[in-house]
Design a protein around this ligand. Structure first.
Ligand SMILES: [Zn+2]
Ligand SMILES: [Zn+2]
Length: 228
């Protein structure tokens, strides 16, 4: 996901195919300033090395910031090469106690997620009075209803299933709807769909939530652009 926010270009979760997608959409990797990895799973980070290589002209023009949880960067099986880390002026580990400033943008974790084999947090991006919230993969739990500021401008949810699925550590549309109803964001994008969700038609699922909550909810598709 390419986020243009507070005058910066931020790539969040450069999963497989990210670099190719940028070129297809006319986005220039050299315009990037920040890379955010929500967690170490490959569907969220597989392209980080190629994106950074391209964005920095092989580490010649360093990016401002890499933000990721500890286990994505270090620990037993990190997913960012030592070489790739050299493409950044600054690297920060996401932890609940901290927030991260990049000029006028403040990024902070809001709540830890429960996700198998990976540290994950919901992330808030603030610039002046604009608030963007990214809710990556994780199992639903009650505290999530109270973790977010009211009426953010945009929330993006990794909404893997239609119905709650206790065997997997992912959010379902039903659970996301509860959060939306409580938090009342101005706009919502659902993404990160399973086959099960695709069969149910994400567009229809989003329309259902919109009808019931009266919140503008959209299903993501490749190349989708959202203004907020
Ligand atoms: Zn994951
Ligand atoms: Zn995932």
């Amino acid at each position: 996901m390419w986020l243009h926010f507070g005058g910066k270009n931020i790539i969040i979760d450069p999963g497989p195919g990210s670099l190719i997608r940028m070129f297809e959409r006319g986005l220039e990797p050299r315009d990037l300033n920040v890379v955010v990895l929500s967690h170490r799973h490959l569907d969220h980070v597989a392209d980080v090395a190629s994106v950074v290589e391209s964005a920095t002209d092989a580490n010649k023009n360093k990016l401002d910031l890499l933000l990721a949880p500890y286990d994505a960067l270090d620990g037993e099986d990190p997913v960012v090469l030592k070489y790739t880390k050299k493409g950044f002026k600054r690297i920060e580990i996401i932890s609940m106690k901290n927030q991260y400033q990049l000029e006028e943008i403040t990024i902070r974790p809001l709540i830890p997620h429960i996700h198998q084999g990976a540290t994950v947090y919901s992330l808030e991006f603030r610039y002046k009075d604009k608030i963007f919230i990214y809710v990556p993969c994780g199992k639903f739990y009650e505290d999530m209803l109270y973790a977010y500021p009211q009426n953010p401008d945009l929330m993006v949810f990794n909404t893997t299933f239609v119905k709650p699925n206790l065997n997997y550590y992912h959010l379902s549309a039903e659970e996301v709807e509860k959060i939306i109803d409580k938090v009342r964001p101005k706009k919502v994008v659902l993404t990160h769909f399973s086959i099960n969700m695709l069969k149910a038609n994400p567009k229809k699922v989003a329309e259902g939530i919109k009808e019931r909550t009266k919140v503008e909810v959209m299903a993501a598709h490749d190349g989708m652009k959202v203004e907020f």
